[in-house]
Design a protein around this ligand. Structure first.
Ligand code: GH3
Ligand code: MG
Ligand code: MG
Ligand code: MG
Length: 298
């Protein structure tokens, strides 16, 4: 069974909060907020799937609240439905132009409100699923190459603008063809999952990104990180995999699954291209392989 979706209701009148939560309680998990400020805070903290928003409220109006929500990356994608007694066309138009997905006028029929809310919840669920399909590698559940390219392009621009450092790292499992031949493809898949999990566990900052780049290669982005800091993280990754102690009998490298790592740290200038930096990280990976594998080369 799917987990219940969460609906945040923001309204300054207790009676309204009660009427709406009575309608919704059996279908969804209801969160209540008694004014705009509290609503915005709960939207950021609790990531609801949908927000029902009153327009006329003491303090911040519903229009102010939606403007704040839509300008905040954490809450901008949450669908918002206005529920209000303000019936004229200009208010409805304003609400929709500010980014609401629907506008329901009071007095309303409970069944209609419920049906419209369920429609938008279903759309929200589908959007999440599409996002997941577009961005996540299904085997390892880390980001896929498409997602990596998107994030790299935007982080590269940020680094350029802020004159900050960024590290790009390529990771490749050692002798993996041999592992598959010896233990089978399904066992190989489980190694890929474990490697992805270990790499993710070592990345502590919210903007760090690990992605599956292809077959048994991963790529890691470490924005705003120095060479020394980045190398330390990657050395921890390398030992974490080695310490898993995954047996690789007959492997060339000490009978265990290991990874090779090539990285570069740069401060991108106006003429620098992310693709050239990637190529340099790949060259470092080649050196790591050439110098005997299971090592970090920068
Ligand atoms: P090196 O140490 O030089 O990297 O040697 P290698 O054997 O790891 O490199 P090579 O590129 O020759 O082989 C990569 C192997 O990775 C080939 C393939 O069997 C395996 N592989 C690629 N994708 C997958 C996958 O999705 N699942 C599994 N189980 N194996 C994969
Ligand atoms: Mg009100
Ligand atoms: Mg490879
Ligand atoms: Mg390999």
């Amino acid at each position: 069974m799917q987990a219940k979706q969460r609906v945040l209701i923001i309204d300054d009148e207790k009676t309204n909060l009660k009427i709406l939560s009575d309608i919704l309680r059996d279908e969804v998990e209801v969160i209540l907020a008694k004014d705009g400020a509290q609503g915005i805070r709960k939207a950021r903290e609790l990531a609801p799937d949908l927000i029902l928003l009153d327009v006329v409220m003491a303090g911040m109006s519903g229009f102010d609240v939606i403007t704040k929500l839509k300008h905040d990356a954490i809450t901008s994608a949450i669908p918002v439905i206005f529920i209000t007694s303000l019936g004229d066309v200009s208010h409805e138009e304003r609400g929709l132009l500010l980014g609401a997905c629907d506008y329901i006028q009071k007095p309303f029929h409970a069944a209609i409100v419920l049906a419209r809310i369920q429609l938008h919840l279903q759309l929200a669920r589908q959007r999440l699923m599409l996002e997941r399909l577009a961005n996540i590698d299904p085997l390892t559940e880390v980001a896929n190459r498409r997602r990596h390219e998107e994030v790299l392009a935007s982080e590269w621009r940020v680094a350029m603008r802020n004159h900050s450092e960024i590290s790009l790292v390529m990771v490749d499992i050692d002798n993996f063809k041999h592992y598959n031949d010896r233990y089978g493809h399904a066992a190989g898949d489980r190694v890929l999952q474990q490697v992805a999990q270990q790499l993710s566990a070592q990345l502590k900052r919210p903007r760090d990104l690990v992605a599956r780049y292809g077959g048994e290669e991963f790529i890691i982005l470490l924005p705003e990180n120095s060479q020394a800091g980045s190398m330390e993280i990657m050395e921890n990754c390398r030992t974490a995999i080695e310490n898993l102690g995954l047996e690789q009998v007959g492997g060339e490298d000490g009978q265990r699954v290991t990874i090779s790592i090539g990285g570069i740290t740069c401060r991108p200038g106006l003429k620098d291209k992310a693709s050239d930096a990637l190529k340099m990280a790949d060259d470092m990976l080649y050196l790591a392989k050439h110098q005997g594998k299971n090592r970090v080369i920068w």
